[in-house]
Design a protein around this ligand. Sequence first.
Ligand code: GLU
Length: 441
Amino acid sequence: MTTTRFAPSPTGYLHIGNLRTALMNYLIARKAGGTFILRIDDTDPERSKEEYVDAIKQDMEWLGLHWDRVERQSERLDRYAAAADKLREIGRFYEAFETPTELDLKRKKQLNMGKPPVYDRAALSLSEEQRDELRAERGQGVWRFKLDHERIEWTDGIIGDVSIDAASVSDPVLIRGDGQVLYTLASVVDDTEMGVTDVVRGSDHVTNTATQIQIIDALGGSVPRFAHHSLLTGPQGEALSKRLGTLALRDLRAKGVEPMAVLSLLARLGSSDPVELRMDMEALIDGFDVGRFGTTPTKFDVADIDPLTSRYLQALPVEAVAADLDSAGVPADQREAFWSVIRENIATRADIATWWALCRDGAEPVIEDDDKDFVTEAMAMLPEGPFDADTWGTWTGAVKAATGRKGRGLFMPLRLALTGQRHGPDMGSLMPLLQVVKARA
Ligand code: GLU
């Protein structure tokens, strides 16, 4: 059975880059009728915060990316210790004692000699006594996985055939000197024991994948299908990594972005299929195929979500915005009419309350200097409310006859006087909803 996971580290809020990974894994699981696991990668007790775990769950729920179960790495430390024992037993794990400064020096020397900065495995030739001495002097060493120096190959769901020479990669450190299990080992143990069949993650993990494949093999697990998506860049192709903090999902939510808008964009951006607004998750699932994504960096412009948000809202039936109409205070008998008049003129749900406030309380009129006399004259001709569907036509007809103005010169100053805005719903339909007209007051 297909099982995928989204594995965020709770060290910050989810951003748009995380969402891309989460969504792909979610859609693969749902399309296959499989299982989607939310795995919290919290083996780092200093950087992991409970507040972020909660925030991650809230953001995922807001988006509708419902998980089948949650796993926490901090609760599985015994499993990782068992895997580490096994690696020791089969001779694939060794303790190394170099300090970060020493490692840095080695790397610099290698680079100076034009060699790739790969760990030289000096620790492998230490005798038992030397290790004891180093341990007494420096404390516990780190534990490195001994890679087999051969080519590591897999067929990637996005990149295609990948082949990496293990000799070009340093033996990965899986356990730190202070005993903390690092992500690479924890992830492998989890993927294996949880029966994960498909892993989609960013292309920054490609080298990790190579080493993880060898670790999975060493532990006797079955290697999942891997797919590495390209990384997002800004609209001009600039690296997004530094700006991702400003693209937190909770900020987008606060700005009024609709979940289906951002999901529709991210389910297609960077693939060979066009971005299409989908109204529900089922439609997104149906149209998703990870194999359609390309390897080139994907340009992302946060502004592209806005038109999708407004198109999504426009397409909603009145029942779907009932809560918003309610909190805006729209009376039950006016909801239908109000929604059908304003729906095409809202950018976010917040605009529902704005339009209703305008209808209920009137807008600050905007009157351009050249239009002052004209507007005063026209306002004097506006009938007393309540207005009906014919008010606008009858009124502007009379104003036209009296002033000789027509077209834009006639309509725009009146729209500005009544709504304070250049754009908005059809005035004929809006008039019956206007309860206060400030220009007249
Ligand atoms: N916690 C890892 C990360 O956020 C997970 C990577 C993976 O999907 O294996 O980068």
